[in-house]
Write a protein that binds this ligand. Structure first.
Ligand code: NAI
Ligand code: 13P
Length: 341
């Protein structure tokens, strides 16, 4: 592809804005599509996306737009940064506007309820004429806007997608590593949100450092067990989109999922915690779906089950913790020593 690629980013929230800013910083003109005309106008006038990043000036190469047909028809590379709940309806509505040969990359870290579909699966199914990829990794949008040194993963079976994404996004503060396990990379990004909620909850309870390490390590064991049962490569979970993203979201109060967990740990009812956040916390929806899927497939997921009990049953946090800590002792790395049934 030439250097004159037309680039579109769909979704004017935190991550869409952050990705657009990285692209623009590399000298690429970017159309940042959002559905809200007033928000687009406000960004055009102020040069900032104050709702998400107050006071931070956007590159003049980021152009807020609202005309979706023109945006899609003219783009060569499209990054989708919409919440998972909006993903399928959006693709269904705009499908006729996509062109053969376009690169379409999902940055969404969620799962669709119907059929337990990942976003890349929705894209591949609905837009077979395009080249699909997934971008995921330890990428807090707020830190990317501050140009903190950051790395991410572009996953796609298609070498052109991987190479083009590395070329467009890579710069002095943003490194893009490649993977071909698109399913594993995407599942890693979705699953870690659940464990970020648990970690936020644990932080509110002022747990010790050993406890934090145990939660993160056992989260990794549980999410990789689940993902491998569904067809992911276990080694993906050693990379940025696995342990990297798990680490950042489980340790940072910038993570919205962590913040929801923290609020619940302090006694705020879940609904209120989500409402007060005012942004997407994918982990709450993902928790429900993963719990159902794990039950259906008979995959043990004690942390998922425990969080679900805390959020939706009468059990106290202390009762759930006691149940987890006194359960039968088991294998550390089950890919080496198989887990006892
Ligand atoms: N914020 C972050 O640090 C990162 C977020 N992500 C993922 O990116 C996805 C988007 O998250 P954020 O941008 O952070 O959320 P956000 O809550 O900051 O923004 C979401 C945006 O999508 C818009 N939106 C919602 N429904 C829509 C629809 N039907 N049509 C068009 N626009 C719609 C909202 O108006 C809002 O501007 C999530 O799946 C998240 O997990 C991935 C990496 C990092
Ligand atoms: O995925 C993220 C960082 O990699 C952002 O996490 P939150 O959605 O919890 O803010």
């Amino acid at each position: 592809m030439s250097d004159n690629n037309k680039i579109a980013v769909l979704g004017g929230g935190s991550f869409g804005t952050a990705i657009a800013q990285v692209l623009a910083g590399n000298g690429h003109a970017v159309k940042l599509w959002m559905r809200d005309a007033a928000q687009a106008e406000a960004i055009r006038e102020s040069g900032r996306n104050d709702r998400y990043f107050p006071g931070l000036t956007l590159s003049p190469l980021v152009e807020p737009v609202t005309a979706i047909q023109a945006t899609l028809e003219t783009a060569d590379v499209i990054f989708v940064a919409l919440p998972s709940k909006a993903f399928r309806p959006f693709v269904a509505d705009t499908r006729p506007f996509f062109r053969p040969g376009q690169i379409v990359i999902s940055t969404t870290k969620g799962i669709e309820r119907e059929g337990f579909r990942l976003m890349s699966e929705i894209l591949v199914e609905a837009l077979p004429q395009t080249h699909v990829g997934v971008l995921s990794g330890p990428n807090l949008a707020g830190e990317m806007m501050q140009k903190e040194l950051t790395a991410t993963v572009i996953a796609s079976p298609d070498a052109r997608v991987r190479e083009e994404t590395q070329r467009l996004l890579g710069c002095g503060y943003f490194r893009v590593y490649a993977n071909i396990d698109m399913y594993g990379v995407e599942l890693g990004g979705a699953l870690k949100n659940i464990y970020a909620v648990i970690s936020g909850l644990a932080a509110a309870l002022q747990v010790g450092e050993n406890t934090k390490a145990m939660i993160i390590s056992r989260s990794l064991a549980e999410m990789s067990r689940f993902a491998v049962a569904l067809g992911a490569n276990p080694l993906t979970f050693l990379g940025l989109a696995g342990v990297g993203d798990l680490f950042v979201t489980c340790t940072s109060s910038m993570s919205r999922n962590f913040r929801v967990g923290y609020a619940v740990g302090q006694g705020t009812p879940l609904e209120q915690a989500v409402a007060e956040l005012g942004q997407v916390a994918e982990g709450i929806n993902t928790l429900e779906l993963v719990r159902e899927k794990a039950q259906e497939l008979g995959i043990p997921m004690p942390l998922v089950r425990g969080l679900h009990e805390i959020l939706y049953s009468d059990m106290t946090i202390q009762q759930v913790i006691k149940g987890l800590m006194t359960a039968a002792q088991n294998s550390d790395v089950e890919f080496i020593l198989p887990r006892q049934a």
